[in-house]
Design a protein around this ligand. Structure first.
Ligand code: ATP
Length: 366
């Protein structure tokens, strides 16, 4: 028996030392991961990082070369696909084109020992859950992409699987439908409490939906954490850059929690164990740079020249040059701040880099 997971319960999924190669290419390198019952976990990473390969290994569609997978304490590492307990939704919907919506949804119920009436009742229940009662007798080709994906979701959930696997389920949909379905999916998952893994390369999607994000790169897990943790406290330069834009300012670690850049000393919240005297990058996200009018009181602020401005809908993106740091920086300000500051290219402003938002990482060789 396995040691217990977080709440004394066996983890919904426990992966240990999982590796997978295609020929000489190593797609996954000894992955360890626990997923707790009821969690919504996103596998996030760039194309080719191995997230789909990991999902397919969990499903048994493409079994691992090495390592183990336990589901609720039971070793499923060598079980065939049809004996595993999961529902899956693919990017491409993969509905049966010659079956109606209700027959698509009822498809997975035949093996469950239910009577015809029970299957019909369950199908109706599922269609109501995804808001497609009125489409029951249509064929997939008569539905929009978003509706087809809701059918695929209902089909995956129909047999009440212990695990829901979603492989980029939203990425074929247009922006508005994608956002709507994303919220619906999350609500449905919460109300059912089904342990869910979603593969995505879209950081906004992962941040908005996941309880925890597994950030992957080149076949390894770089960081596992809540959306706030991976966004605000990235464990590596890769995670920092993949989760959103970042300014990198060359600096040298001084004593304690400080670094020096361009003759200015900055207190830094996240030193990430960098010893004194090391060349590092001082990192801050564009939205975390505080932009203010130039006043007599400089008090730790740095002067910057606005080089260019671009309107991004909900905010403005500024390209700044900071002489003291000998560095170009990207900053973002709200529309309210924009109205107050009356900025245009050529304006001089003050910026501040709040300690709580600063992190340092070792310099990566370019
Ligand atoms: P994407 O978002 O592009 O699907 P991913 O992170 O899901 O990316 P995987 O599909 O897991 O990536 O693939 C990881 C790596 O393994 C890629 O470099 C891919 O080319 C390779 N790979 C995946 N499946 C196979 C296969 N059947 N044969 C050979 N190489 C494969």
């Amino acid at each position: 028996p396995l040691p217990d997971g977080k709440n004394g319960e066996a983890p919904a999924l426990r992966i240990r030392g999982l590796s997978k190669s295609f020929g000489r290419f190593i797609a996954l390198k000894s992955i360890d991961l626990d997923i707790e019952p009821g969690e919504f976990v996103c596998f996030l990473g760039p194309s080719g990082c191995g997230k789909t390969t990991l999902l397919r290994a969990i499903a048994g569609l493409d079994p691992q070369d090495q390592g183990t997978v336990h589901q609720r304490g039971r070793d499923i590492s060598r079980l065939s696909v049809d004996r595993r307990d999961f529902g899956i939704v693919f990017q491409s919907y993969a509905l049966f084109p010659n079956l109606t919506v209700e027959r698509n949804v009822g498809y997975g119920l035949h093996r469950g020992g239910l009577s015809k009436e029970q299957r019909r009742a369950r199908t109706t229940e599922l269609l109501a859950m995804v808001g497609l009662e009125s489409q029951a007798t249509k064929y997939p080709a008569e539905l929009s992409g978003g509706q087809q994906q809701r059918v695929a979701l209902a089909r995956a959930l129909a047999p009440s699987p212990g695990l829901l696997l979603l492989d980029e389920p939203l990425s074929a949909l247009d922006a508005k439908v994608r956002l709507h379905l994303r919220d619906q999916l999350r609500q449905l998952q919460r109300s059912l409490g089904v342990t869910t893994i979603m593969v995505t390369h879209d950081q906004d999607e992962a941040l908005a939906t996941a309880d925890r994000i597994v950030v992957m790169n080149q076949g390894v897990i770089e960081q596992v954490g809540t959306p706030e943790e991976v966004f605000s406290h990235p464990a590596s330069p890769f995670v920092a850059g993949f989760l959103g834009d970042m300014n990198y300012i060359p600096a040298t670690t001084a004593g304690g929690n400080t670094v020096s850049a361009g003759g200015t000393t900055f207190a830094v919240a996240k030193m990430n164990n960098q010893p004194p005297g090391r060349e590092v990058n001082l990192c801050i996200r564009p939205a975390d740079i505080v932009v203010e009018l130039v006043t007599g009181d400089r008090n730790g602020k740095l002067e910057a020249l606005v080089e260019s401005v671009s309107f991004r809908g909900n905010y403005y993106r500024l390209r700044l040059h900071c002489q003291a740091l000998r560095q170009t920086l990207e900053a973002e300000i709200t529309r309210n701040a924009w109205d107050l500051l009356a900025i245009s290219p050529g304006s001089r402003i003050n910026i501040a880099l709040p300690s709580a938002r600063l992190a340092v990482f070792r310099k990566v060789d370019s």
